[in-house]
Design a binder for this molecule. Structure first.
Ligand code: F6P
Length: 326
């Protein structure tokens, strides 16, 4: 069922992620292919409230597929959390005659979209743009693959110096509420221990494992800790290890926002392109209130509420495997 949508808006919101540009490009070019006008909204919901809206053309998205960040800029808007802010945003959409919106972001973006949709009976489709991979309804979010590759490259480098100096490195990666970055990058780098928010960190267990490793003649090691882990992060973990083992030489490395930038991997560009196309198709089919994802290689549609509330769950077996292999 095709509907009478003529103008589509697109924005990026929340923490940026590599591949957002590929998604914007796919949305713009798919919309134009379908003879729809497409409008870029700058600075996420904040820009929507302030009326930062411009028509985009095919050439507006030339030469961006390989670039990290987002050409539309991103922001976290406090004003959009208030009804008055959302009302202004709605007025701007009406003023420009924009009939539907595609929002690229994470759980905060979809939470806002869901409220807005209900309040103003307005069609919105979401694309999962976050390095955290913490949304239900897609195997991989846009940006996750690039982020774990960035972490892998950094940890490989740290491993060299850890080995030379026989040191134990505690490396903190992003993930306020989710351990997906830590888990996969930890397995990919052979980390001796991975600490994530989804499983309780018992410091005594960590001590025991470190002692076992010493007995195996390991003289260096890598602990990957997600920033949201209940241990308190890399600084806290290092402090506790130093208190317990005087002979361990530890160093801390907090990778930080390096994980959010850089040219997207082929998989992130591919997924962003396919999902961006599918988002436009979904809008034209009259769908709304859903996030577009890819599950088992197929396009999947998941209601916002479900994508936000049911975070992907971590498979505990992966933690066990990482330990066996390290
Ligand atoms: O949501 C993505 C994310 O990168 C988290 O992993 C991290 O905790 C947060 O954003 C950092 O946000 P900001 O850039 O606002 O400091």
């Amino acid at each position: 069922m095709m509907n009478d949508i003529k103008k589509i808006g697109v924005l990026t919101s929340g923490g940026d992620s590599p591949g957002m540009n590929a998604a914007i490009r796919a949305v713009v070019r798919s919309s134009i292919y379908e003879n729809k006008e497409v409008f870029g909204i700058c600075r996420g919901y904040r820009g929507l409230i302030n009326g930062e809206i411009e028509q985009m053309h095919s050439h507006s998205v030339s030469n961006i597929i390989q670039r990290g960040g987002t050409i539309l800029k991103s922001a976290r808007s406090m004003e959009f959390m208030e009804y008055e802010g959302r009302q202004k945003a709605h007025e701007n959409l009406i003023k420009h005659g924009i009939d539907a919106l595609i929002v690229i972001g994470g759980d905060g973006t979809f939470t806002g979209a869901n409220i807005f949709m209900d309040e103003f009976d307005y069609p919105i489709i979401g694309l999962p743009g976050t390095i955290d991979n913490d949304l239900y309804g897609t195997d991989f979010t846009i940006g996750y693959d690039t982020a774990i590759n960035t972490v892998m490259e950094a940890v490989d480098k740290i491993r060299d110096t850890a080995d030379s100096h026989e040191r134990l490195f505690i490396i903190e990666v992003m993930g306020r509420d989710a351990g997906f970055i830590a888990l996969r990058s930890g397995i990919a780098t052979g980390a001796e221990k991975i600490l994530i928010p989804e499983s309780t960190t018992y410091i005594e267990n960590l001590f025991r494992l470190l002692q076992q490793d010493r007995k195996k003649n390991k003289t260096s090691g890598i602990i990957i800790v997600a920033e949201g882990d209940d241990s308190g992060g890399a600084i806290e973990v290092a402090k506790k290890i130093n208190e317990k083992f005087e002979d361990f030489e530890t160093r801390i490395s907090i990778l930080g926002h390096i994980q959010r930038g850089g040219s997207p991997t082929a998989m992130d560009r591919f997924r962003a392109s396919i999902m961006g196309y599918a988002a436009v198709q979904a809008i034209l089919e009259g769908q709304r209130g859903i996030m577009v994802g890819i599950v088992d290689k197929d396009i999947a549609y998941t209601p916002f509420e479900k994508s936000i509330k049911h975070h992907q769950s971590i498979n505990p077996v992966l933690l066990e495997i990482s330990r066996i292999l390290s």
